[in-house]
Design a protein around this ligand. Structure first.
Ligand code: TYM
Length: 326
């Protein structure tokens, strides 16, 4: 067993990519590891403009979503990043060990700074804060989707750089990827499913109604071959549906393809949407139930943040000593 850490931005309800690429793994890891932390990374979310009242409610909504997906606050420390000030403090120290060119080449900066004209300093140093999140708990395992692998590499580099300069302190954290490490957009199977996709039909949120799920999957972009086969290179659209089907039904890709035998893509889409609906319905219902009691959600986060602070404080104290700050 290792020390597990991961985070998710409170910028809207999780989608199938978040759920299958990361959250499902988060739930599984709770039972096999002595120390498991999951953070709602609100400081990361303000690297792009957020409306304050909306952010506040998105944080509680994310807490409801994570609990509904199966995160158990008895087994894992579920907390709000900004409530543990050690994250920001370690981020500053690690930022002083990070070169500007190292950050400039990371894909998220390249993409988002272009979309948002200039891009803020916070957006630029985003991956340093992410490294601080991970190293603050001396984490060994980080369950994420494929899009986070380069950020993980920076966290590994910074662990190495810190250890080299100040003596061995941080283990090098490893990314844990699931079979569904990259769920694609339903409108454009060459890009990943994303919370910020402007096309409403591209993304299945875990709170979508059965009708919405059925509609989005029925409209999913595939190709002109009616038979169902698995070939992500030449048939990315259909293959994305096979991956989603296998993941939600908890079967192998081979089994999913064999269930599709004799079905054209239209009929197969119906099968896939039924499997997705079946999987998401209890989660959706639980989210609606939990949202009715914001006081409870605030209590869960306050408790988790207190526990995270207790774990973070001694590590940061050690860091301060090593660096010569105390
Ligand atoms: P975020 O909030 O964008 O996404 C949360 C998790 O969902 C995964 N994911 C996907 N997986 C498969 N297919 C997709 N289409 C897909 N879209 C998203 C992400 O890889 C992620 O695991 N920077 C992080 C948050 C973060 C973090 C951390 C993660 C901050 N500090 C420390 C790990 C450790 C992010 O923006 O995730």
């Amino acid at each position: 067993g290792g020390r597990v850490f991961s985070g998710i931005q409170p910028t809207g309800v999780p989608h199938l990519g978040n759920y299958l690429g990361a959250l499902e793994n988060w739930v599984a890891l709770q039972t096999q590891n002595p120390c498991v932390l999951y953070s709602i990374v609100d400081l990361h979310s303000i690297t792009l403009p957020q409306e304050p009242a909306q952010l506040r409610s998105s944080i509680l909504d994310m807490a409801a979503s994570l609990l509904a997906c199966g995160i158990d606050p008895e087994r894992s420390v579920l907390f709000q990043q900004s409530q543990v000030s050690e994250h920001a403090e370690l981020s500053w120290i690690l930022g002083c060990l990070t070169s500007m060119p190292r950050l400039r080449q990371l894909p998220q900066w390249k993409m988002k700074s272009k979309q948002k004209n200039e891009g803020s300093v916070g957006l630029y140093t985003y991956p340093v804060l992410q490294a601080a999140d991970i190293l603050l708990y001396k984490s060994t395992h980080v369950p994420v989707g494929e899009d986070q692998v380069q950020h993980l590499e920076l966290a590994q580099d910074l662990a190495r750089i810190f250890n080299g300069r100040y003596g061995e302190l941080f283990p090098e954290p490893r990314a844990l990827l699931s079979m569904t490490r990259k769920v694609k957009s339903l409108r454009d199977p060459s890009s990943k499913m994303s919370k910020s996709d402007p096309h409403a039909m591209a993304t299945v949120r875990i709170t979508d109604s059965p009708d919405d799920i059925a509609l989005k999957i029925r409209r999913a972009v595939t190709d002109f071959t009616s038979e169902v086969t698995f070939d992500p290179e030449t048939r990315p659209g259909v293959s994305n549906l096979v991956i989603i089907h296998a993941a939600v039904a908890r079967i192998s890709v081979e089994e999913a393809v064999s269930q599709a035998k004799g079905l054209d893509t239209g009929a197969y889409k119906q099968l896939v949407s039924e499997a997705v609906i079946q999987r998401l319905t209890p989660i959706r219902e639980e989210i609606h139930r939990l949202r009715k009691d914001p006081g409870h959600l605030e209590g869960v986060l306050a408790l988790g943040s207190g526990r995270a602070r207790e774990l973070a404080a001694p590590v940061l104290r050690e860091v301060r000593q090593r660096v010569g700050l105390s």
